[in-house]
Ligand binder design. Structure first.
Ligand code: PLP
Length: 417
C-alpha cells in the first residue's frame, strides 16, 4: 500500500454502532420513563458532539461577521465560513465551490429556483412535472409559479409498489415540459428514485431538472457530476447538522443567468440610486448576514459522516431495514406502505383498526419516537387513499434493539385496540 493510501485508510473510522451512539448526547436520555428510541430521523437527525462543539466554539472563539475583512475575528469567521462551502462542494463533487449557495433549507432552495429561474423561464402553457410522492416543498412553490404564469404542475404517477412510473413519465415528456423536479428519496415511503435516469429523460426534451436530496445525503454519497441534474438541494438538519441552513447547488451557467432572489447587503457589486449591479456567484444569492454558525455546523456534520466508510453506513441501515421488514411480516394487523425495490431508511406502515396518530402517541408513551400523518405529502396519501402512515426512519445510530423495542411497543399498542 502506498503511503498516501495508508494514511487515507487510517483516517476512516471503524463503524461500531455503540461508539457512534456515544457521539450523540441526546440519545442517552429517558423519555416517559424509558430509554429513548429515536426513529424520527427523516424529520430531523440528532447531532453529534463534534457538530455541537463546532457551533459552540464558533460563538466562543471567532464570532464575527464575514466578508468584512476589518479585523482578525472577521478573517477567522470568513475562513471557517468559506471553508464550510468548500467542504460541501467536495461532499457533493461539485465542479466549483461557487456553485454552492447557502439557503435556509431544501424548502428555500426550491423557492429560490421557482422565484428566480422560474419567473424568467416558465411561460403560459408550460409544464412542470413533479412526482406524486413529492414533499409539499417540492410542489407548492411550483404551483405558486404556475398560477402566476398560466403554466401547470403535472404529477408523474407512481406504481403500486411506490416507485415513480418511468414509462408514464416518458409518455408525458414533450417540449411543453420545462422542468422535472423529483426527490431522490421519498420522505414518506423511503423509495430511492432513479434520478440520473429521470434527468436524462428530461434532457431529451430540453427540460431542466431539480433533484430534492433532503432525504438522500445522510444515507449514501451523492456525486453531482454523474447525476447530471441542473439543480440539487438538501437541508443540514437531516444530515446531523443544525436547523436553519441548507444548500442549493446549480449548474454554473444557469446560476449566472438567473436574477437575484433577495436584495440587500452582500449581494451587490455596486449600489447607487442610478444603477445597482450584482455580485458574482455565490454572493449574488446570499443577501444579508448569513447563518455563519450553521454553515460551520454543517461542515462539521459532513466531516463526521465522512469519517466513516459510507458503504458501511448504508449497509448498517439496510440491515436494520431488512430486520424491520422481517419482524413486520410476523406482526398481525400491520401492513407496509411502500414496497419499492430500493428503499433508504424508512419503514412506513399502518396498523389495522388504529389511527396513525394514536399509534404514534402510544409509542411515545413507551419512549419510541416516530412520525405519523401525511408527512407533508398529502397528494401521495390521496393517491394511496389513506389518511397517513406511521413512519419509523433509521439512521447511523439505530440498532436492532431499537427495532425490537418498536415491535414490542406495537404489541402493547395492539392491546389497546
Ligand atoms: N423534501 C423532502 C423529501 C423532505 O423530507 C423535506 C423535509 O422533511 C423537505 C423537502 C423540506 O425540508 P426543510 O423543511 O428542511 O426545508
Amino acid at each position: 500500500m502506498s503511503a498516501e493510501l495508508a494514511s487515507t485508510a487510517k483516517s476512516v473510522r471503524e463503524f461500531d454502532v455503540e461508539k457512534v451512539r456515544s457521539d450523540f448526547p441526546i440519545l442517552q436520555q429517558q423519555i416517559n420513563g424509558h430509554p429513548l428510541v429515536y426513529l424520527d430521523n427523516a424529520a430531523s437527525t440528532q447531532k453529534p458532539n463534534s457538530v455541537i462543539d463546532a457551533i459552540s466554539n464558533y460563538y466562543r472563539t471567532i464570532n464575527s461577521n464575514v466578508h468584512r475583512g476589518a479585523h482578525h475575528l472577521s478573517d477567522m469567521a470568513t475562513e471557517a465560513f468559506e471553508g464550510a462551502r468548500q467542504t460541501v462542494s467536495e461532499f457533493l463533487n461539485s465542479p466549483k465551490k461557487e456553485q454552492i449557495l447557502w439557503v435556509r433549507g431544501t424548502t428555500e432552495a426550491v423557492n429560490l429556483v421557482a422565484h428566480s429561474w422560474g419567473r424568467h423561464n416558465i411561460n403560459a402553457g408550460d409544464k412542470i412535472l413533479v412526482s406524486t410522492m413529492e414533499h409539499h416543498s417540492n410542489i407548492v412553490p411550483w404551483q405558486i409559479l404556475a398560477e402566476e404564469k398560466g403554466a401547470s404542475v403535472v404529477p408523474i404517477p407512481i406504481t403500486a409498489k411506490g416507485e415513480i412510473d418511468l414509462h408514464a413519465l416518458e409518455g408525458m415528456l414533450d417540449h411543453s415540459v420545462k422542468l422535472v423536479s423529483v426527490n431522490q428519496v421519498s420522505n414518506a415511503l423511503g423509495t430511492v428514485n432513479p434520478v440520473a435516469d429521470i434527468v436524462q429523460l428530461a434532457k431529451k426534451v430540453g427540460a431542466k431538472s431539480f433533484v430534492d436530496g433532503a432525504q438522500a445525503v445522510a444515507h449514501f454519497p451523492v456525486d453531482l457530476v454523474s447525476l447530471g441534474c441542473d439543480f440539487y438541494a438538501f437541508s443540514a438538519h437531516k444530515l446531523f447538522g443544525p436547523t436553519g441552513i441548507g444548500v442549493l447547488w446549480g449548474k454554473e451557467e444557469l446560476l449566472d443567468s438567473m436574477p437575484p432572489y433577495h436584495g440587500g447587503g452582500e449581494m451587490i457589486e455596486t449600489c447607487s440610486f442610478a444603477c445597482t449591479t450584482y455580485n458574482k456567484l455565490p454572493y449574488k444569492f446570499e443577501a444579508g448576514t448569513p447563518d455563519i454558525a450553521g454553515a460551520i455546523g454543517l461542515a462539521a456534520a459532513i466531516d463526521y459522516v465522512q469519517s466513516f466508510d459510507r458503504a458501511q453506513i448504508s449497509q448498517h441501515e439496510n440491515t436494520l431495514l431488512s430486520y424491520c421488514h422481517e419482524l413486520a411480516a410476523h406482526c398481525d394487523g400491520l401492513s407496509r406502505v411502500g414496497e419499492a425495490e430500493n428503499i433508504a431508511g424508512v419503514f412506513s406502515f399502518l396498523l389495522k383498526g388504529a389511527h396513525p396518530s394514536d399509534v404514534g402517541m402510544l409509542l411515545d408513551q413507551q419512549g419510541v419516537a416516530v412520525r405519523t400523518g401525511h408527512h407533508c405529502a398529502q397528494p401521495l396519501m390521496d393517491a394511496l387513499n389513506i389518511p397517513g402512515t406511521v413512519r419509523a426512519s433509521f439512521s447511523i445510530y439505530n440498532t436492532k434493539e431499537d427495532i425490537d423495542r418498536l415491535f414490542a411497543a406495537l404489541d402493547k399498542v395492539k392491546q389497546f385496540l
